[in-house]
Structures are given as structure tokens and as C-alpha cells.
Design a protein around this ligand. Structure first.
Ligand code: 6PG
Length: 242
């Protein structure tokens, strides 16, 4: 069962999510000397990352012990306005002066299939494993059509069983993406959805309370095998499940 964290308004959602991430970092660093984190893209996480860049969090956690990846990326150059890397760099990495060695950018400017393979190799190198690596924390958003990362309804990426990272042409968006697969996400120690706003309330209900139809609602595929599943939502997005 997912652990639901409902925050009354946007400021407390942003603060609560930043504290949640920070707590996971402290726990992982204390236990294993390192914190492996995969970021969500899109717009929701931007103020959360910006909060993590403030002095309060910079001094609280030794971010030099983090290894930060991206759960998905748009197939655009890193300075493109659509780039998830650019969003995170502007909100967090730059203002917090995070060391470049802790950031593992997914090369959206490369051929999608090649970028996916290269990212898998980078993961295998860092985690020193050939089985699905277990991230300490994977952050996810959810689109209003029930997609998560770049796992979109009806796409081949939903059927990946052995791949860790795959390219996917997203017809509905007329664009290529590269994304973590559901099996990789489900290998994590902890997965947290970050969802806010009234427009997503029905989809939150569909995913959490509706019939199980993962090909239509890919967010339903996220069921960590041995890890924790968290949903961090504001009251507006939680309206229909309260
Ligand atoms: C992306 C994301 C995607 C996003 C959702 C929600 O690259 O766009 O990874 O899965 O999290 O579409 O996006 P918003 O937070 O902007 O609503």
C-alpha cells in the first residue's frame, strides 16, 4: 500500500517534499555513505529542487555524497527549455554549486537508442551490478493522462522486462524521450510520486482507487518489489481520495 502524504497547500507541499528528500539523503549517507537519487522532470519538482538549493538544506546534507540521475529526459539538447536537466541545473545544481561529479546527465542530444544504452552502462558502472540497481530514492511526477517518467499509455516502453533505460517515441507528444523502465523503478528502496493541483485529482483517484489498467495508467505499474512507495500530494490533488 502506498504511503500517502497530503499537504494542505503548495508551500507546505514544496517544503514537505524537500524535507522528505533530505531525510532520505541523510538516512542513505548514514547507512551506506552515499545517496543515489533519480529526479523527476516536468514542472512540479522545480520549486522543490530550488528549496533544496537553499542554505538550510546545503548545510544539512553533504550533497557531495549524492549521485543524481534523471528518471527520464526529453530528447533535446541540455540547454533546451524542455530539458529536464536544464530545469534541475537552473533550480538546484547551479545555485547549490553541486559538484559536476555528482550529476549524471542523460544525453538528450544524442540518438535516443544510443543515449539509453549509454545511461544503462553508466548505471552499471556506478552501482557495480548487472541486476536492476536499487536507487535509494526515485522521484516521479504523474501526467494528467496517468503517465509517469516517460512511460506513456500504450507504448512499448511499458512492456520492457529486462532493460533498465529505453528510448520511446511518444506519438501524443510528437517527440522522442528516454526513460527508466518500470522494473528499474520498482527495484528502488523508495519511490515517491510528487503530484499537486486540482487538475490531477481525478487521475490520482483513477491510479490509486480505480481499476488496475497499467497500459492505460502507467503510474499503476509502479509497485516497488522490496521498497517503499510514497505519494506526496497537495490537498487539491488529493481531493477525490480523502
Ligand atoms: C517529464 C516528466 C513527466 C512529468 C509529468 C508531470 O519529463 O515531463 O518526467 O513524467 O513528471 O508529465 O509533469 P508536471 O509536473 O509538469 O505536471
Amino acid at each position: 500500500m502506498p504511503q500517502l502524504h497530503i499537504f494542505q497547500d503548495n508551500p507546505s507541499f514544496v517544503r514537505g517534499a524537500a524535507d522528505f528528500i533530505d531525510a532520505h539523503a541523510a538516512q542513505a549517507i548514514a547507512a551506506r555513505g552515499c545517496f543515489t537519487l533519480a529526479l523527476a522532470g516536468g514542472g512540479t519538482p522545480k520549486p522543490i529542487y530550488a528549496r533544496l538549493a537553499t542554505a538550510e538544506y546545503r548545510t544539512r546534507t553533504d550533497w557531495t555524497r549524492a549521485q543524481i540521475f534523471f528518471g527520464d529526459e526529453r530528447c533535446v539538447p541540455p540547454d533546451d527549455a524542455r530539458s529536464n536537466y536544464r530545469m534541475a541545473r537552473e533550480a538546484w545544481f547551479g545555485p547549490a554549486a553541486l559538484p559536476a561529479a555528482t550529476i549524471h546527465r542523460l544525453r538528450g542530444e544524442d540518438d535516443p537508442a544510443r543515449a539509453a544504452l549509454a545511461y544503462e552502462q553508466e548505471l552499471a558502472q556506478l552501482f557495480r551490478t548487472q541486476t536492476f540497481p536499487a536507487f535509494d530514492l526515485i522521484l516521479l511526477g504523474m501526467g494528467d493522462n496517468g503517465h509517469t517518467a516517460s512511460l506513456f499509455p500504450g507504448t512499448a516502453a511499458l512492456r520492457a522486462t529486462t532493460r533498465w533505460v529505453v528510448p520511446q517515441y511518444v506519438e501524443v507528444m510528437q517527440t522522442w524521450r528516454v526513460t527508466f523502465t518500470a522494473p528499474l523503478i520498482n527495484a528502488a528502496r523508495s519511490v515517491a510520486f510528487l503530484v499537486e493541483g486540482a487538475p490531477k485529482a481525478q487521475m490520482v483517484w483513477n491510479v490509486l482507487r480505480g481499476i488496475y489498467q497499467p497500459d492505460v495508467l502507467p503510474a499503476q505499474m509502479i509497485q516497488p518489489l522490496n521498497g517503499e512507495l510514497h505519494w506526496l500530494v497537495d490537498a487539491a490533488a488529493a481531493e477525490k481520495i480523502r
